[in-house]
Design a protein around this ligand. Structure first.
Ligand SMILES: Cc1cc2nc3c(=O)[nH]c(=O)nc-3n(C[C@H](O)[C@H](O)[C@H](O)COP(=O)(O)OP(=O)(O)OC[C@H]3O[C@@H](n4cnc5c(N)ncnc54)[C@H](O)[C@@H]3O)c2cc1C
Length: 429
């Protein structure tokens, strides 16, 4: 069959989620993915019995988590405690998150500790949307007084958003993400590939056709209406509706005359955030209590993803190998060799002797975590519809209306399908 009501370009979380909602609404739906494997940036690579996501991945209890639950996915894993250290001038100092660290850590003065406790309490009840129109930097500089506490909040908000640009990132969505982080994130057993596989199974069950290894070359439209998709292989698929879950630059390239549409603005305003990731399987952790480290004077983060948590440690290897992840948040200048050395050096401080414990490792020099995010230079929120071309929609992490990361991928998928169905209310499952 080459005639569909909905064709979705991209088989990552956003594409698969959109396909399920479209098929549930009775639409004949196809997903086209250029890679041989589904999942996009949510794949999990298995190496010597160790499950590596593409860098540290934590599921926040937001829009994606809610949708996955709504769809009946099994989300098994572990919620680690928020106890953590910070790294400051190559020293590790406890973050005052429990009674013992509150009294003992030299990280903050008494005034700073009290301000931290008050800020966390305030954050718990805060309507974060009040801060949507100022940057993280402005929020921190105007709302916090203690200089070291400001450093702590820069690190916490960078970790929650993956963005190393506090002057650009909107404070409201970042604070909301931090609110969620403080309630506990989920490290998934066997990695995010389990979400991808369950979404695939569900999509197939709903009758979605999934084609991998199919690179879309063009979205064809005439008289301001979408009518088909042309694949690089030359195959043509007729579809009255197309949802692009590709990055903004690719979405722009796929649509002829995109410069005369909103795709042009969305592409021009997009600011990607990239990181270097070092993921390592270790026989054991040289220092067990060092589980979670925020860099204060350097943009780094360390987490032990298979650590103790509720209800038990997350299962990220077949034989008990521990999985640790380091992230370096990158600015515009990127030097892969330097980033790898820096991350290894951080590990020398955090887990001295780690080199003798390595089972396997993965270094990803430059991963795009998000293709765009809610920032101060945004002219408008992308999507769900491309207003100039009937039947054309966008979704994906960059098509955020205030949600972050995978929450944006899923929320935008739901928005695209809702609008496509002409439904005014939330999709009923
Ligand atoms: C290092 C790292 C850490 C992260 N950590 C977290 C985290 O802790 N929490 C969180 O919520 N999120 C996290 N994320 C983000 C999360 O992984 C993404 O938001 C999510 O996986 C993106 O899904 P997507 O479907 O929007 O995009 P993608 O996964 O990029 O899917 C787009 C798909 O389109 C396909 N495609 C592109 N062009 C074409 C074409 N021409 N034809 C056909 N197919 C095409 C691509 O191959 C891809 O599969 C992290 C990401 C990274 C990289």
């Amino acid at each position: 069959m080459t005639n569909y009501e909905v064709a979705i370009v991209g088989g990552g979380i956003s594409g698969l989620t959109s396909s399920i909602y479209a098929a549930r609404a009775g639409k004949r739906t196809i997903v086209l993915e250029q890679q041989k494997q589904l999942g996009g940036r949510a794949i999990t690579n298995k190496k010597l019995g160790v499950y590596f996501n593409l860098g540290a991945h934590a599921l926040y209890k937001g829009e994606a988590y809610e949708a996955f639950r709504e769809l009946g996915l099994r989300l098994e894993g572990s919620t680690p405690s928020i106890d953590a250290y910070v790294m400051w001038k190559e020293q590790l100092l406890a973050l005052p998150t429990n009674t013992s660290s509150f009294f003992q850590t030299p990280l903050l003065s008494w005034g700073g500790k009290l301000e931290l406790a008050k800020s966390f309490m305030k954050l718990g009840k805060m309507d974060t949307s009040v801060w949507n129109h100022i940057s993280i930097r402005d929020w921190i500089e105007t709302q916090l007084h203690d200089p070291m506490l400001r450093n702590v909040f820069y690190a916490l908000l960078r970790t929650s958003t993956y963005v190393f640009a506090p002057e650009l990132h909107s404070a409201g969505p970042a604070l909301k993400q931090l609110q969620r982080a403080l309630k506990g994130v989920l490290y998934l057993d066997k990695g995010w590939g389990t979400i991808v596989e369950q979404l695939r199974e569900l999509a197939v069950k709903q009758g979605v056709e999934i084609v991998t290894g199919c690179k879309v070359a063009e979205v064809e439209h005439q008289d301001q209406k979408v009518h088909s998709i042309l694949c690089e292989s030359g195959a043509r698929i007729e579809a009255a509706n197309v949802i692009l879950t590709t990055p903004p630059s690719i979405s722009h390239k796929l649509v002829p005359h995109a410069d005369q549409t909103a795709l042009d603005t969305w592409n021009k305003q997009a600011i990607p955030a990239t990181v270097a990731c070092l993921d390592i399987g270790l026989r054991q952790l040289p220092i067990k209590e060092h589980q979670f480290i925020y860099g204060l004077d350097q943009p780094i983060f360390f987490t032990h993803q298979s650590r103790e948590g509720k209800p038990r440690p997350a299962i990220l290897s077949d034989d008990g190998t521990k999985v640790i992840s380091l992230i370096k948040y990158q600015g515009p200048q990127i030097d892969a060799a330097k980033d790898e050395n820096e991350l290894e050096h951080v590990l020398d401080v955090v887990q001295p002797g780690w080199r003798n414990e390595v089972v396997t490792r993965q270094f990803l020099p430059r991963m795009t975590v998000v293709h765009d995010f809610p920032h101060m230079k945004r002219m408008e929120n992308p999507g769900p519809a491309v207003p100039e071309i009937e039947g054309l929609y966008v979704a994906g992490d960059w098509a955020s209306h205030g949600e972050l990361l995978v929450n944006a991928s899923v929320a935008s998928a739901k928005r695209a399908v809702s609008q496509l169905l002409n439904a005014r209310e939330e999709i009923k499952v």
